[in-house]
Design a protein around this ligand. Sequence first.
Ligand code: FAD
Ligand code: NAD
Length: 401
Amino acid sequence: NKKPKIVILGAGYGGMMTASRLQKANAYQDAEITLVNKHNYHYQTTWLHEPAAGTLHHDRTRMLIDSVIDTNKINFVKDAVSEIKTDEKKVILENGELEYDYLVVGLGSEPETFGIPGVNEHAFSIRSVNSVRLIREHIEYMFANYNKEEEKHDDYLHFVVAGAGFTGIEFVGELSERVPELCAEYDIAREKVKIYSVEAAPTALPGFDEDLVTYAMNLLEDRGVEFLINTPIEEVTAEGVKLKGGEEIKSRTVVWTTGVRGSSILDKSGFETMRGRIKVEKDLRAPGHDDIFVIGDCALIINEEINRPYPPTAQIAIQQALTCAKNLKALLAGSEKLQEFKPDIKGTVASLGGKEAIGLVGSKKLFGTTASAMKKVIDNKYLYQLGGMPLVLKKGKFNVF
Ligand code: FAD
Ligand code: NAD
């Protein structure tokens, strides 16, 4: 009478919260649970724009997995997933393989390049601790090199952020706060530095509340950000970006934030996907696979009110994890009656650097320090849900005003 095996892939918002909930519900008594992740730490993807710009140390965004999950109750395997073999109920890892009875896929997302040439070769992305540490170091290296070289290379001080969605805007916000510090540190006049926010759509943050978008753009422009709106990037090269219409911006630093697609592991494993995401059933299982739950950025769910997919967010990933853990508990108890997932969207709050932010919570618009304080409350709430007050005290954000 062997215990069924539950394998959770990815320790992001979705995977960590599923593991933590199963642990709290004592599911390890009825199942052998294994969490697999590339790193021995969990990082908060939603904070990564800060270490990318260098306004927050990357260690603040991460925590060791075994400081939150009791590895006597849930096995932890540090390894990278390479493929899911659904017909054999197996996961192939870089250094081994795992069998499962139930699988939870929470592998997150990858940058969407839309096949634009040069993105993979020449642009940076805000995806992981490793990727953002590199951006921070590279920016600083550009500043350090500028005065060292006899012939001045202005492109060292041109920073292009591709896409003015939430990730692009939040990063530009941090960068515009960091640049004056770097200018002082490296003896460079602020006017020499250019930050370009390049957006294909007719506005930054397309689809978001107009008053809040105007507030954000005015604030960022006051900090010296130049918006190029209605301007799709068509190519990235070693020298910079080529825009629609033929114009070029010379830059050594292009940060690519034009949206995300689901983990490439899903396509590789033969699942049917849309932009790399599996359109899940109401109970979060993959169609045709009663043993596989898909959550977070790997899952596609439709907002029936507008008949369009919900944008992938941490907010939804966390809520899906709670439903997924309940449904796994039900299956372990022998019940086939699973809960349907219903997102409860509280709103959207985006930081703009420093104590500035914008937010829409219900129908209430938030600006400036109020929005910024709200953002910290949201971040701390997640830490509380995951690891209670001790984790909030260790990793939370408190410099509210
Ligand atoms: P993730 O949290 O990204 O976790 C995926 C995990 O899988 C990672 O730990 C990764 O290391 C691991 N992994 C990946 N591939 C492998 C592999 N092959 N093998 C093993 N492990 C692997 N959403 C909001 O709701 N609010 C916000 O304010 C917000 N801000 C954001 C700010 C930024 C800068 C960014 C980039 C995103 C933001 N988002 C926000 C979106 C949010 O971060 C994602 O929707 C959320 O992280 C998705 O959670 P997830 O669990 O699916 O994936
Ligand atoms: P996004 O899809 O929200 O925005 C991408 C932007 O890039 C769009 O405005 C698009 O028009 C633009 N774009 C696409 N191709 C382009 C091109 N060739 N040249 C110039 N611009 C181009 O993606 P994101 O900002 O990466 O966010 C990913 C997900 O994470 C979203 O679901 C978002 O809601 C979520 N997120 C939320 C927050 C928050 O709530 N504070 C913060 C960051 C991200």
